[in-house]
Design a protein around this ligand. Sequence first.
Ligand code: NDP
Ligand code: 7N6
Length: 320
Amino acid sequence: MSTTVGVHGSVGELFPPAVLRDALDPSGEGDDPAYKRALSDVRVVETADELAGCDALVTFAYDDSFLTSDLSWIHSIQAGVDRFPFEELERRGISLTNSTGIHGDAVGETVAGYMLEFARRLHRHRDREPRREWRYPDWDEAFTLSGESVCVVGLGTLGRGIAARADALGADVVGVRRTPTPVEHVRTVHTPDGIHDAVADARFVAVATPLTDRTRGLVGADELAAMREDAYLLNVSRGGVVDDAALLDALRDGGLAGAALDVFETEPLPEGSPFWDMENVIVTSHAAAANRDYYRRVAALVRENVRRLAAGEPLANRVL
Ligand code: NDP
Ligand code: 7N6
């Protein structure tokens, strides 16, 4: 079997579609002959009509037109697949794969950056630059990560990338996942029913789970109340895993020291959101994973699955 792959125009949110198309093109000298045989064609798809003839689609966004096409396989260039209608896809026999596995270093570095920014007060210095204000931090304001505690909720690709960097920076790391087996760089692994104990001692709580029926609201008013008042919440998972209203209350009432937020219940974050104006909140634009090699990593996943499809092997990163 050989596959015609469409690259959906929506990948343009992260990189030019033609760059991914070229990275999937098998005409290069060094390309694996098995991959060359497995791929019939690769083309950029901008409209629903252009889906005709594609067996597979690599996409950022979901669109209902995918359901009425000839697609048998959709690859999400995100790890998160909460925007896809699972039941509809299953009913139509369309396989779904995701891009978990490619974000550990980028998101791990972003979260290390958030922690360093808060500990070393870098955000406050940057805030003062427009006013040309030369100021030493209050004597007890700045701290070091060495010896601090970090709790990572969700210990997959993102969580492990965060845990490894927190450990390297000298922090004591605990974590939460459903399967309580040991994870490298994590001293104690808790299950979700022990989340209050897991967050209680942490100076930083980093949230890195998928958004599912079980994780929606996983970090709400009770979990925020269980955290230290000098703790920082770092959310790189999905809006909806953290209850934004409860988080705002905790930040306003002094229940938390601050937050770094990459993801929100409504994106883009509305102009009127109070998060924008809070001195102790760092907002990043769902960009924790952004990096110039993103398309290469997606291409490697898609190439492998095109090969597997032709070889009759199970797809890697299969969700449905
Ligand atoms: P993985 O599948 O590799 O890891 C998910 C982890 O979450 C696993 O350790 C899983 O562990 C754990 N988990 C699942 N359910 C629960 C639960 N109820 N309580 C605690 N832990 C749970 O995914 P990734 O690390 O690649 O990505 C995770 C999510 O992060 C994505 O789904 C996406 O939404 C988001 N993401 C955001 C990015 C950004 O740019 N901000 C970039 C990439 C991903 P176990 O199976 O043992 O429970
Ligand atoms: C791209 C973000 C994911 O789920 O949301 C992320 O993989 C991707 C910069």
